[in-house]
Design a protein around this ligand. Structure first.
Ligand code: DCM
Ligand code: DCM
Ligand code: DCM
Ligand code: ZN
Ligand code: ZN
Length: 271
């Protein structure tokens, strides 16, 4: 996601975590404010192009070598790069957060990666190989040119919330609060339990793969319903957005709700 998606998922997670989890992560991240998760959610994107952070570049996605829209599927052995992918990155950094033999700064850094990667795992094009996750597909968005990856990282979400009129953290908090209502007592309430069914802190690879498969399926149904070639040069701000907006909304809601539950299990293991 772009920063709006990451900050929103983190605010949403902070809405649902237990009081214990809140205390554990405020202490670890050395931030006692309401944005203790939100303020670190985009950090992983800020280090990936630095010399130090280059090794994390492939941790943000898994390149599913499937064949949308005919067939969507993800296979860890086939698709996770030698240098790592979002699946084993989430598993490795989750282990680091709870490893009390590690120094505090390293556990805090691992927590920032976990918060970021749960988000990225819920973006359909972070679970797809075609055209570098859509980066090489040129499309139009309300008359202007973008690549398809950017549209799914940012443009759809920005339009869904009514445009970027306001401060990023304020917009994300407002959206997160709306999604929290939909989860607690709204359109997502009937499915929120199912969202946590695959969540098993003891088996992070299987958990992440279940989330990845669910997300990758959206590549066939909503990202490339007519295939990758057919989308090039198309205007996506109209009917395409009408179908994609609700998908983005649900993926951000799932990511935030699952992040909260994941951090709860980390905090329980850590005590
Ligand atoms: N941050 C914040 N409030 C501040 C200063 C910084 O929320 N007054 C956020 C911005 C960074 C995060 O904290 O994303 C961690 O910052 P750093 O990595 O510089 O420690
Ligand atoms: N920021 C903010 N309010 C916060 C946290 C951060 O306005 N509660 C700002 C500080 C930076 C920008 O957001 O200008 C990005 O911060 P970072 O990338 O360090 O999170
Ligand atoms: N990306 C992806 N799959 C790839 C390559 C990149 O999902 N195979 C993502 C990572 C960034 C965005 O696309 O969110 C842009 O990546 P880059 O700047 O590395 O091209
Ligand atoms: Zn992206
Ligand atoms: Zn990322």
């Amino acid at each position: 996601w772009g920063s709006l998606g990451h900050i929103t998922t983190a605010y949403l997670a902070s809405h649902f975590v237990s009081n214990t989890t809140e205390a554990v992560f405020k202490e670890l991240l050395k931030n006692d404010n309401a944005d203790y998760l939100a303020s670190v959610a985009s950090w992983a994107d800020s280090v990936r192009y630095t010399k130090w952070g280059r090794f994390t570049k492939t941790f943000h996605f898994i390149d599913a070598h499937d064949d949308p829209p005919r067939s969507c599927n993800v296979d860890f052995e086939r698709d996770c790069k030698e240098t790592g992918c979002v699946i084993n990155a989430l598993a490795n950094y989750t282990e680091q957060v709870v490893d009390t033999a590690l120094p505090d700064w390293q556990r805090a850094q691992a927590a920032k990666f976990v918060i970021h990667f749960v988000g990225d795992l819920h973006q359909p094009l972070h679970n797809e190989d075609v055209a570098l996750g859509g980066n090489r597909l040129h499309v139009l968005w309300d008359g202007r040119g973008y690549n398809l990856h950017h549209v799914w990282d940012s443009s759809i979400a920005e339009k869904w919330i009514g445009g970027l009129h306001g401060k990023p953290y304020d917009l994300a908090l407002k959206w997160a609060n709306q999604l929290a209502v939909e989860i607690t007592d709204g359109k997502f309430t009937p499915e929120k339990e199912v969202w946590l069914k695959d969540l098993d802190y003891k088996d992070p690879i299987s958990t992440a793969m279940a989330w990845s498969r669910e997300c990758n399926a959206l590549v066939c149904t909503h990202v490339f319903p007519e295939g990758p070639k057919a989308i090039v040069g198309q205007e996506l701000g109209g009917d395409y957005f009408k179908a994609a907006g609700p998908v983005i909304e649900k993926q951000v809601a799932r990511a935030g709700y699952r992040m909260g539950a994941w951090l709860d299990q980390i905090a329980d293991a850590y005590l």
